[in-house]
Design a protein around this ligand. Structure first.
Ligand code: AMP
Length: 427
């Protein structure tokens, strides 16, 4: 993946680097089949394992599956090689929202527009029991239509604090967007902590700078804990009221998402439509679930596997030495036709053909014929477990030769063999 324009799993042409962290690099990529742009987040498995993030990654994958919303960057699929995990994510062509803010504060209507989209995403995710815990400028991206996309919802365990320059960036290790109760480690309510961060984000969009800022971190923490911030003269009274309820240092009395959604400033219609990002279908994504991706995903494989390798899926594979198993990211029909091609090539006779099952037989002169059952099990429409096992004849003698041929003939449709060998191209 270091090389520009390498091909990943024969499916994605991987291009320029979009961003980078300690464990992850994000690349632009193009789906070779559909031509669609995607972002691929590459996580170094060894680093993630060493940092004890295995369970986090698995938990977060399962979380991401539940979160499909217009204003949340969608995770399309997860793939893995021996050393890397690849998150294939919706591509946000417009880049970070805060690059816009860095050029100057936003007009009230534009800020409200983005804020609504942010609150809609947060409300939806909270409804699914998912809290971001790390809402900050780097996580607010825009798509090609200017629609806000919250990134890393559920992946916050993987987000590292980064040293960044610039007015709107947190200085290294300064959690300018984090609620006071989180800073003081008192145990916190994820919903209320996210609301605080949204309040800071709203302030930054309207002001062009942070509400709580000081070169001395202790002073900054104290300012946040005392809600010690100044309201610029251009802030409308309604937004001042909303901010004061969001930036309430006491999480118990801090406002709720439903109260924010009822707030007069939040609900106010835009005065002009210029410079405001176009909404898709006039909707702001409220409660709207995206269509289920038709593309494959390998979430299940990784999230039910042992460690971050796939061997846990094949727990019993050692019990039958004359068997071969692999995961394929092809459709069942492609797999079945490949199995038939393989049978023809290896001069195996098809004895039975059923949905997802082929019984093949090899005539071996002077011996009982070798029978092979090939069975395809579906995880998702584009993710299958394929099992080939010898069921008759003299497998001990012939299997090693047959197995070698089978492996060769089927390699095009194999994503990972049960013995942990994973096929990767140029990755
Ligand atoms: P992350 O490691 O997720 O914080 O990503 C690092 C940087 O890569 C972000 O701050 C963005 O600038 C960029 N990036 C991440 N995900 C995407 C995406 N899906 N589309 C476009 N840019 C992205």
């Amino acid at each position: 993946m270091e090389n520009k324009d390498s091909v990943l799993m024969e499916r994605y042409e991987v291009g320029r680097l979009l961003g980078q962290g300690n464990f992850a690099k994000v690349h632009h990529a193009r789906d070779l089949k559909t031509g669609q742009s995607v972002a691929i987040k590459v996580i170094d498995k060894v680093k993630a394992l060493k940092a004890g993030l295995t369970n986090n990654i698995k938990r977060e994958i399962s979380v991401m599956r539940r979160v499909k919303h217009l204003n949340v960057l969608q995770l399309y699929e997860v793939m893995a090689s021996k050393t890397k995990i690849y998150f294939v994510i919706e591509y946000a062509k417009g880049g970070e929202l805060f690059n816009k803010v860095a050029k100057g504060r936003l007009k009230e209507d534009a800020a409200r527009k983005y804020f609504r989209q942010l609150i809609n995403a947060v409300e939806f995710c909270h409804g699914k029991g998912v809290f971001h815990r790390d809402l900050k400028p780097e996580n607010l991206l825009l798509d090609g239509n200017g629609v806000l996309k919250v990134s890393d919802f559920g992946l916050s365990a993987l987000v590292e604090s980064k040293c960044q320059d610039g007015l709107l960036r947190t200085t290294c290790g300064t959690p300018s967007y984090v609620a006071p109760e989180v800073i003081y480690g008192r145990g916190y309510d994820g919903m209320k902590a996210d609301i605080w961060s949204c309040g800071v984000i709203l302030y930054v969009m309207l002001a062009g700078y942070l509400p709580f800022h000081d070169a001395n971190m202790i002073v900054m923490y104290r300012k946040a804990s005392n809600a010690d911030y100044k309201l610029p003269t251009w802030f409308a009274p309604e937004v001042c009221r909303l901010l004061s309820r969001m930036l309430d240092p006491n999480p118990v009395t801090r406002t709720t998402i439903s109260e924010i959604m009822e707030d007069p400033w939040f609900r106010k219609k835009p005065e002009s439509h210029s410079n405001i990002p176009r909404e898709i279908g006039g909707e702001e994504g409220k409660g709207e679930e995206l269509r289920k991706p038709t593309r494959l995903n390998a979430f299940d494989i990784i999230s039910c596997s042992n460690g971050l390798n796939l061997s846990g899926l094949f727990a019993e594979s050692n019990q039958n030495k004359e068997a071969l198993k692999f995961v394929s990211l092809q459709s069942a029909s492609t797999i079945m036709s490949k199995l038939e091609d393989m049978a023809t090539h290896l001069k195996l006779q098809v004895k039975k053909r059923d949905r997802g099952l082929l019984i093949l037989e090899a005539s071996v002169e002077g011996r009982r014929p070798l029978s092979i059952d090939a069975e395809v099990f579906e995880f998702t429409p584009f993710c299958h477990l394929v099992e080939l096992k010898s069921c008759g004849g003299d497998p001990k003698e012939h299997w090693p030769i047959v197995e070698k041929q089978l492996r060769e003939d089927l390699r095009d449709i194999v994503w990972a063999w049960s013995d942990g060998r994973q096929r990767m191209n140029s990755a």
